[in-house]
Write a protein that binds this ligand. Structure first.
Ligand code: ADP
Ligand code: MG
Length: 737
């Protein structure tokens, strides 16, 4: 037991420091702080090349002050201190709003560590209100040999505006002095450590926080990285083993059932991939151990039919199936399209229908009127409903099933392991599980995020799928194109087709239905001149388009997440029925919405969206055999880093290629968001794309360890680390208890 790691921080660093750490970092235990690793290391000897400083990112750099001047601001009260810093090759402007300390300390010739976010203002790079620390008066290293000092890496911790990397370092060095690291048990099995020549845990903790030479932190980091991979893979291996050992009800195909009738009435032939995956699912559903399968397939590859056929097999065998969608709009769409696809094989609750050879399909969402919802719940509980389609409302405690045999989760990226488990708990025996995702997933990501599932892939699109052509519309270089977008929309509508217009925001004063990846540059606001960029919002665009001559007489409607659900469904229904010709929406239409007649998608301020989001969005057009067009509209100048994403999306429709590109440009936290990773904590040192071989090796180790010792009784410290990973809140809980 590593009791020391669970000890409250105040016992080792005192009440005051512990309170500061808890307030700013949310860390309360010794283990929590020991495992708060530096994000990177700087070397005192060198200056960071200013010319390589990335735009729009948090950076920490060492530079020398060239000049400093302070003046009163024009547009508001207060002063502005402008400091120019250099690394000899380049210079950077640093601005401080009421920067009294900056004015006093950042004198020409002084060297300091700066950290903050780099923005571009009036054509040149600048840092605004960064955190800084003079280097010439380093408090921790009095009287140190200057040569040794120059070589010593400076750990840079993930800091907050209020708690600098510098202060964190000081607290951690106190902690390292007061904790007896030698007492810590090592979660890495001895044979792994000796095979890989890893540092022992105690030494690794010291060196990752207080390296003397770069090699120190590199060795420490390699060890902790592997540990992270092993803990994660062991958790997944254990879960896989547990799932495989469970007993499920076999749902064997029934000759002459609804599925047979359905296949007979299908208006198209299944693709080879659909048939192959269908066969796998049919076999696994026939087993008495639960299926746990991930189905990956491009947008439009026809996953829904595959899932529906699996559901029908279960219904034929007397069970129920639940389909879980990430949004109400999508649940309603699935409900409509599944009933349409089933035709006479689908039965309504009250209207009876075509006898016993039909399945009742029921929609259950949180926003349904009470009476309808109660009826739907009744039908689920009594077994009258064979297929229940819904949102996370299906997860609520008062929803129960008569005999839930199969759960299908659509568009997995919005659903986590916990939610899957909540739904599994609704069946008396573990149900079969099919998870579908449209975002292609590289192998290592699949190994980590979906490591507890087997994988199938649909890698071809159904025949007759028309290509989508994507164009970047740069309004900065071609302002005239703004009007052209709407006359182009008009042409589509006159040809009988429909148009989506997607905006990053709902109204003028909000952030829309998602939080954008990047914040806006703040330098412009600070100086009070130069307008901040106004992003397209659903309300403003609707207003504008109502007066747009090219669209005169066109029926258009807004759709966004903050609307009344009844209005939302009515709007979607009207668009599906081709009454509304042009839909102005937020990303609520991102996943799954299926309107075949829509041929043009205009994405305004497209640079505000991520690559996979754009790819998902454009998958909404070109679905009905009509060629689709997607216009990525941006006001950013050519060459702006955020335009790279747009160029990437315009250059290919290969989802796999795009997802690789996307993962490269994004931060790991987004990939392994808590809701997806199965654990609530995110990875610290492991990068799922970069560290493929580490992950693969750890996976092998984990499988071997779990196979030989399923209860991990011989690996108590590893088991403990897994618990910690799966449930970091335990930490706070024990602390208080
Ligand atoms: P996704 O994988 O994005 O969920 P869908 O299941 O929504 O894709 O399928 C997209 C469209 O393709 C649907 O309209 C569906 O009816 C149609 N479709 C599915 N399979 C085939 C097929 N084998 N041949 C022709 N069209 C198909
Ligand atoms: Mg789909």
């Amino acid at each position: 037991m590593n009791a020391e790691l669970e000890l409250g921080l105040e016992r080792r660093i005192g009440k005051r420091s512990a309170a500061v750490i808890e307030k700013h970092l949310g860390i309360t235990t010794v283990g929590g702080l020991l495992n708060y690793f530096p994000r990177r290391y700087l070397s005192r000897g060198e200056l960071t090349p200013i010319s390589e400083v990335p735009l729009d990112e948090e950076v920490t750099l060492i530079a020398r002050v060239v000049s400093s001047s302070t003046r009163a601001m024009r547009a508001r009260r207060g002063t502005l201190t402008d400091v120019v810093i250099t690394d000899d090759a380049g210079t950077l402007k640093v601005s401080f709003f009421n920067g009294f300390r900056a004015k006093a300390e950042l004198l020409p010739g002084r060297r300091a560590l700066f950290s903050g976010k780099v923005t571009r203002y009036a054509g040149s790079l600048s840092l605004t209100n960064p955190d800084f620390q003079l280097l010439d008066e380093d408090p921790d290293t009095p009287g140190m040999d200057p040569e040794k000092l120059a070589a010593m890496p400076i750990p840079i911790y993930p800091a907050t505006a209020k708690l600098t990397s510098w202060s964190i370092q000081k607290v951690i060095s106190t902690l390292l002095d007061t904790v007896d690291l030698e007492l810590l048990d090592d979660p890495l099995p001895a044979e792994v450590s000796s095979r890989e020549k890893f540092l022992p845990a105690a030494r690794a903790y010291r060196l990752i926080h207080m390296p003397e030479v770069p090699r120190d932190w590199q060795r420490a980091r390699d060890r902790f990285r592997y540990q992270e991979a092993l803990v994660l893979q062991s958790a997944l291996a254990r879960r896989r083993a547990q799932l495989a050992a469970e007993e499920a009800t076999a749902r064997r195909p029934v000759a002459g059932g609804i599925l047979t009738a359905f296949d007979r009435q299908l208006p198209f032939t299944l693709t080879a991939g659909q048939s192959a995956v269908g066969k796998t699912l049919a076999e696994e559903l026939s087993q008495d151990s639960p299926m746990n399968r991930l189905l990956q397939g491009e947008v439009g590859s026809g996953k829904t039919i595959v899932a529906l056929r699996a559901m029908l097999q279960v219904v034929d065998a007397g069970g129920q199936a639940a389909l879980l969608a990430p949004t109400e709009v999508l649940a309603a769409q699935h409900f409509e399209s599944i009933r349409r696809t089933l035709g006479p094989l689908s039965r309504d609750g009250l209207l009876g229908g075509s006898g016993p050879d039909a399945v009742q399909v029921t929609l259950l969402t949180g926003s349904m009127p009470t009476a309808a919802r109660r009826q739907a719940m009744l039908d689920a509980a009594s077994g009258t409903a064979g297929i229940v389609i819904g949102t996370h409302a299906l997860l609520s405690d008062n929803v129960s099933f008569y005999d839930l045999g199969l759960i299908v989760v659509d568009e997995q990226h919005r659903f986590g392991v916990e939610q899957r488990d909540a739904l599994r708990a609704k069946a008396s025996k573990p149900p079969h599980l099919l998870v579908m995702t449209a975002t292609p997933i590289p192998r290592t990501v699949a190994m980590t995020v979906f490591g507890d599932l087997e994988t199938s892939v649909l890698d071809e699109l159904p025949a007759g799928r028309a290509p989508i052509s994507t164009h970047v519309v740069g309004l900065a270089e071609n302002p005239g194109w703004a009007g052209r977008i709407w006359s182009r929309s008009r042409e589509e509508i006159d040809a009988g087709h429909q148009v989506y217009v997607v905006c990053p925001k709902i109204g003028e004063d909000d952030d829309g239905d998602f939080s954008p990846g990047e914040a806006e540059p703040s330098a412009a606001d600070l100086e009070g001149d130069g307008p901040a960029r106004q992003l397209a919002s659903v309300t403003a665009v609707v207003e504008h388009l109502q007066d747009e001559p090219a669209l005169a007489g066109v029926s258009l409607a807004p759709l966004h997440g903050r609307q009344d659900p009844v209005l939302k469904s009515a709007t979607m229904a009207s668009f599906t029925a081709n009454e509304t010709k042009l839909l102005v929406s937020t990303t609520v239409i991102e996943v799954g919405v299926d309107v075949h007649n829509a041929t043009l998608m205009v994405i305004l301020d497209a640079d505000r969206f991520g690559i996979s989001q754009l790819h998902q969005l454009r998958g909404r057009v070109g679905r009905g055999g009509l060629p689709g067009t997607c216009l990525l509209v941006t006001t950013l100048e050519p060459g702006h880093p955020s335009r790279r994403r747009l160029d990437a999306v315009a250059a290919t429709t290969d989802g796999f290629e795009l997802s690789q590109e996307d993962l490269k440009l994004r931060r790991e936290g987004d990939i392994l968001g808590a809701s997806q990773s199965g654990g609530r904590s995110t990875l610290k040192l492991l990068r799922v794309l970069e560290h493929e071989s580490i992950i693969a090796k750890a996976r092998q180790d984990a499988q071997r360890i779990v196979a030989a010792d399923p209860g991990l009784t011989e690996h108590a410290t590893l088991a403990e680390a897994i618990e910690e990973y799966l449930n970091p809140e335990k930490e706070a809980f024990l602390e208080r208890g």
